[in-house]
Design a binder for this molecule. Sequence first.
Ligand SMILES: N[C@@H](CCC[C@H](N)C(=O)O)C(=O)O
Length: 260
Amino acid sequence: MELQFFKYQGTGNDFVIIDNRQDIFPKNNTKLVAELCDRRFGIGADGLILLENDNVSDFKMVYYNADGAESTMCGNGGRCLVAFAHYLGVIERKTTFNAVDGLHEATVEGDIVNLKMIDVDKIHEKQNHSFLDTGSPHHVQLVKELEKFDVQKEGKKLRYGIYGESGSNINFVEQTSDNAFDVRTYERGVEGETFSCGTGVTAVALAMHESGKTAANEVHIHTIGGDLTISFEKKDGKYSNIFLKGPAIQVFKGTIECSI
Ligand SMILES: N[C@@H](CCC[C@H](N)C(=O)O)C(=O)O
Protein backbone atom coordinates (compact mmCIF):
# COMPACT_ATOMS: atom_id res chain seq x y z
CA MET A 1 0.00 0.00 0.00
CA GLU A 2 1.20 3.53 -0.78
CA LEU A 3 0.89 5.73 2.30
CA GLN A 4 0.93 9.53 2.13
CA PHE A 5 2.85 11.16 4.97
CA PHE A 6 4.03 14.57 6.13
CA LYS A 7 7.20 15.26 8.10
CA TYR A 8 7.17 18.06 10.72
CA GLN A 9 9.64 19.30 13.32
CA GLY A 10 9.14 21.41 16.43
CA THR A 11 12.52 22.63 17.72
CA GLY A 12 14.13 19.55 16.20
CA ASN A 13 11.72 17.05 17.77
CA ASP A 14 10.56 15.42 14.53
CA PHE A 15 7.43 13.53 13.58
CA VAL A 16 5.82 11.59 10.76
CA ILE A 17 2.25 12.87 10.54
CA ILE A 18 -0.58 11.06 8.78
CA ASP A 19 -4.05 12.36 7.97
CA ASN A 20 -6.17 9.49 9.30
CA ARG A 21 -9.59 11.11 9.00
CA GLN A 22 -10.58 8.34 6.55
CA ASP A 23 -9.36 5.64 8.99
CA ILE A 24 -6.70 4.34 6.57
CA PHE A 25 -3.91 3.63 9.08
CA PRO A 26 -3.52 0.23 10.83
CA LYS A 27 -3.39 1.62 14.37
CA ASN A 28 -2.28 -1.56 16.14
CA ASN A 29 0.66 -2.24 13.82
CA THR A 30 3.53 -1.40 16.20
CA LYS A 31 6.10 -2.82 13.77
CA LEU A 32 4.95 -0.54 10.95
CA VAL A 33 5.10 2.59 13.14
CA ALA A 34 8.62 1.65 14.28
CA GLU A 35 9.66 1.02 10.66
CA LEU A 36 8.30 4.38 9.47
CA CYS A 37 10.17 6.14 12.30
CA ASP A 38 13.43 4.28 11.63
CA ARG A 39 16.14 6.73 10.48
CA ARG A 40 17.87 4.21 8.19
CA PHE A 41 15.14 1.92 6.90
CA GLY A 42 12.17 4.31 7.05
CA ILE A 43 11.29 8.03 6.95
CA GLY A 44 12.94 8.72 10.28
CA ALA A 45 11.34 10.48 13.27
CA ASP A 46 11.10 10.64 17.08
CA GLY A 47 7.43 9.71 16.80
CA LEU A 48 4.39 9.26 14.57
CA ILE A 49 1.13 11.19 14.92
CA LEU A 50 -2.30 10.55 13.45
CA LEU A 51 -4.77 13.36 12.87
CA GLU A 52 -8.28 11.94 13.29
CA ASN A 53 -11.87 13.16 13.44
CA ASP A 54 -13.26 13.89 16.90
CA ASN A 55 -16.85 14.26 18.14
CA VAL A 56 -16.24 17.07 20.62
CA SER A 57 -13.37 19.11 19.15
CA ASP A 58 -11.73 20.11 15.85
CA PHE A 59 -9.63 16.92 15.61
CA LYS A 60 -8.03 14.15 17.63
CA MET A 61 -4.29 13.51 18.18
CA VAL A 62 -3.01 9.93 18.45
CA TYR A 63 0.67 9.73 19.35
CA TYR A 64 3.20 6.88 18.99
CA ASN A 65 6.83 6.91 20.09
CA ALA A 66 9.57 5.85 17.63
CA ASP A 67 9.53 2.35 19.18
CA GLY A 68 6.03 1.94 17.72
CA ALA A 69 4.05 1.99 20.97
CA GLU A 70 1.21 4.44 21.56
CA SER A 71 2.18 6.78 24.37
CA THR A 72 1.16 9.73 26.50
CA MET A 73 1.07 13.42 25.50
CA CYS A 74 3.71 14.93 23.23
CA GLY A 75 3.95 18.72 23.52
CA ASN A 76 6.07 19.37 20.43
CA GLY A 77 4.03 16.80 18.52
CA GLY A 78 0.83 18.58 19.58
CA ARG A 79 2.23 21.86 18.26
CA CYS A 80 3.21 20.19 14.97
CA LEU A 81 -0.22 18.60 14.61
CA VAL A 82 -1.87 22.01 15.08
CA ALA A 83 0.36 23.38 12.28
CA PHE A 84 -0.67 20.39 10.12
CA ALA A 85 -4.39 20.89 10.84
CA HIS A 86 -3.92 24.55 9.83
CA TYR A 87 -2.12 23.47 6.62
CA LEU A 88 -4.99 21.07 5.76
CA GLY A 89 -7.59 23.80 6.39
CA VAL A 90 -9.16 21.80 9.25
CA ILE A 91 -8.69 24.85 11.52
CA GLU A 92 -8.07 28.57 11.12
CA ARG A 93 -6.11 30.56 13.72
CA LYS A 94 -7.56 29.01 16.88
CA THR A 95 -8.40 25.45 17.79
CA THR A 96 -9.43 23.02 20.50
CA PHE A 97 -8.37 19.41 19.94
CA ASN A 98 -8.52 16.16 21.85
CA ALA A 99 -5.44 14.22 22.97
CA VAL A 100 -4.73 11.34 25.34
CA ASP A 101 -4.59 13.74 28.32
CA GLY A 102 -7.76 15.68 27.40
CA LEU A 103 -8.70 18.81 25.48
CA HIS A 104 -6.03 21.33 24.41
CA GLU A 105 -6.47 24.85 23.08
CA ALA A 106 -3.94 26.32 20.66
CA THR A 107 -3.30 29.23 18.33
CA VAL A 108 -1.21 29.47 15.14
CA GLU A 109 0.58 32.60 13.95
CA GLY A 110 2.88 31.98 11.00
CA ASP A 111 5.27 29.22 12.09
CA ILE A 112 4.58 29.76 15.79
CA VAL A 113 2.16 27.52 17.66
CA ASN A 114 1.10 28.29 21.23
CA LEU A 115 -0.33 25.21 22.91
CA LYS A 116 -2.19 25.05 26.22
CA MET A 117 -0.99 22.16 28.36
CA ILE A 118 -2.86 20.32 31.13
CA ASP A 119 -2.94 21.79 34.65
CA VAL A 120 -0.35 20.47 37.09
CA ASP A 121 -1.14 20.21 40.80
CA LYS A 122 1.55 17.85 42.03
CA ILE A 123 5.32 18.30 41.85
CA HIS A 124 7.33 15.76 43.82
CA GLU A 125 10.49 17.42 45.07
CA LYS A 126 13.27 14.94 45.91
CA GLN A 127 16.83 15.52 47.12
CA ASN A 128 18.46 16.10 43.73
CA HIS A 129 15.52 16.10 41.31
CA SER A 130 11.81 16.75 40.81
CA PHE A 131 9.19 14.50 39.26
CA LEU A 132 5.95 15.66 37.67
CA ASP A 133 3.42 14.82 34.97
CA THR A 134 2.76 17.44 32.29
CA GLY A 135 0.82 15.01 30.10
CA SER A 136 3.85 12.70 30.12
CA PRO A 137 6.02 11.80 33.14
CA HIS A 138 9.19 13.84 33.65
CA HIS A 139 12.25 13.65 35.89
CA VAL A 140 13.95 17.09 36.15
CA GLN A 141 17.53 17.34 37.41
CA LEU A 142 19.98 20.26 37.56
CA VAL A 143 23.50 19.42 36.38
CA LYS A 144 26.74 21.32 35.82
CA GLU A 145 28.33 21.65 32.36
CA LEU A 146 25.24 20.40 30.53
CA GLU A 147 26.98 20.65 27.17
CA LYS A 148 29.47 17.96 28.17
CA PHE A 149 26.97 15.84 30.14
CA ASP A 150 26.43 12.22 29.02
CA VAL A 151 22.64 12.44 28.57
CA GLN A 152 22.41 9.05 26.85
CA LYS A 153 24.21 7.14 29.62
CA GLU A 154 22.77 8.96 32.65
CA GLY A 155 19.29 9.27 31.14
CA LYS A 156 19.07 5.57 30.39
CA LYS A 157 20.29 4.70 33.89
CA LEU A 158 17.62 6.85 35.59
CA ARG A 159 14.82 5.97 33.14
CA TYR A 160 15.05 2.30 34.09
CA GLY A 161 16.75 2.60 37.51
CA ILE A 162 14.23 4.80 39.30
CA TYR A 163 11.12 4.40 37.15
CA GLY A 164 11.19 0.76 36.04
CA GLU A 165 9.83 -0.62 32.78
CA SER A 166 7.04 1.98 32.30
CA GLY A 167 9.76 4.58 32.79
CA SER A 168 9.95 8.35 32.65
CA ASN A 169 11.48 10.95 30.39
CA ILE A 170 14.63 12.41 31.95
CA ASN A 171 15.51 16.13 31.66
CA PHE A 172 18.93 17.55 32.54
CA VAL A 173 18.97 21.28 33.18
CA GLU A 174 21.41 24.16 33.60
CA GLN A 175 20.26 27.65 34.62
CA THR A 176 21.58 30.44 32.37
CA SER A 177 19.78 33.52 33.82
CA ASP A 178 16.91 34.46 36.20
CA ASN A 179 14.30 33.07 33.83
CA ALA A 180 16.24 30.97 31.33
CA PHE A 181 17.49 27.40 31.26
CA ASP A 182 19.30 25.06 28.89
CA VAL A 183 17.68 21.61 28.72
CA ARG A 184 18.65 18.24 27.25
CA THR A 185 16.17 15.36 27.37
CA TYR A 186 16.39 11.57 27.24
CA GLU A 187 13.01 10.38 25.94
CA ARG A 188 11.47 7.04 26.80
CA GLY A 189 10.10 5.28 23.73
CA VAL A 190 12.86 6.84 21.64
CA GLU A 191 15.38 5.49 24.16
CA GLY A 192 17.79 8.25 23.43
CA GLU A 193 18.33 11.98 23.50
CA THR A 194 15.99 14.04 21.32
CA PHE A 195 16.69 17.61 20.18
CA SER A 196 13.79 18.92 22.29
CA CYS A 197 10.82 17.69 24.32
CA GLY A 198 7.73 19.90 24.78
CA THR A 199 6.21 18.23 27.85
CA GLY A 200 9.81 18.03 29.17
CA VAL A 201 10.61 21.74 28.93
CA THR A 202 7.17 22.48 30.41
CA ALA A 203 8.08 20.23 33.35
CA VAL A 204 11.43 22.01 33.71
CA ALA A 205 9.80 25.47 33.83
CA LEU A 206 7.30 24.39 36.52
CA ALA A 207 9.86 22.45 38.57
CA MET A 208 12.31 25.39 38.52
CA HIS A 209 9.53 27.73 39.66
CA GLU A 210 8.38 25.34 42.38
CA SER A 211 11.91 24.95 43.78
CA GLY A 212 12.51 28.73 43.76
CA LYS A 213 15.19 28.73 41.05
CA THR A 214 13.06 31.24 39.17
CA ALA A 215 10.30 33.59 40.26
CA ALA A 216 9.27 34.29 36.67
CA ASN A 217 5.93 33.21 35.19
CA GLU A 218 7.43 33.18 31.72
CA VAL A 219 10.44 30.92 31.31
CA HIS A 220 12.71 30.65 28.27
CA ILE A 221 14.22 27.29 27.44
CA HIS A 222 17.03 26.62 25.03
CA THR A 223 17.23 23.09 23.61
CA ILE A 224 19.58 21.61 21.01
CA GLY A 225 16.85 22.13 18.38
CA GLY A 226 15.77 25.65 19.29
CA ASP A 227 14.00 27.89 21.77
CA LEU A 228 10.66 27.49 23.53
CA THR A 229 8.76 29.74 25.94
CA ILE A 230 6.59 28.44 28.75
CA SER A 231 4.15 30.73 30.56
CA PHE A 232 1.88 29.80 33.46
CA GLU A 233 -0.02 30.91 36.56
CA LYS A 234 0.23 29.46 40.05
CA LYS A 235 -2.74 29.66 42.39
CA ASP A 236 -3.39 27.70 45.60
CA GLY A 237 -0.46 25.39 44.86
CA LYS A 238 -1.74 24.55 41.38
CA TYR A 239 -0.23 25.49 38.01
CA SER A 240 -2.76 26.42 35.33
CA ASN A 241 -2.97 28.36 32.06
CA ILE A 242 0.28 26.67 31.07
CA PHE A 243 1.30 27.52 27.51
CA LEU A 244 4.12 26.03 25.43
CA LYS A 245 5.10 28.31 22.55
CA GLY A 246 7.53 27.86 19.68
CA PRO A 247 8.01 27.00 16.00
CA ALA A 248 6.35 24.02 14.29
CA ILE A 249 7.43 23.50 10.69
CA GLN A 250 6.61 21.20 7.76
CA VAL A 251 9.90 19.74 6.48
CA PHE A 252 8.68 17.61 3.58
CA LYS A 253 5.86 15.37 2.40
CA GLY A 254 5.82 12.21 0.36
CA THR A 255 4.55 8.71 -0.12
CA ILE A 256 6.03 5.47 1.13
CA GLU A 257 5.34 1.91 0.05
CA CYS A 258 4.49 -0.26 3.03
CA SER A 259 3.12 -3.74 3.53
CA ILE A 260 0.08 -3.45 5.79
N1 LIG B 1 8.62 14.59 22.63
C1 LIG B 1 7.45 14.67 23.39
C2 LIG B 1 7.20 13.65 24.46
C3 LIG B 1 6.76 12.34 23.81
C4 LIG B 1 6.28 11.31 24.78
C5 LIG B 1 7.40 10.66 25.54
N2 LIG B 1 8.43 10.11 24.75
C6 LIG B 1 6.78 9.60 26.44
O1 LIG B 1 6.51 8.47 26.00
O2 LIG B 1 6.53 9.91 27.62
C7 LIG B 1 7.10 16.08 23.80
O3 LIG B 1 7.43 17.00 23.03
O4 LIG B 1 6.43 16.28 24.80
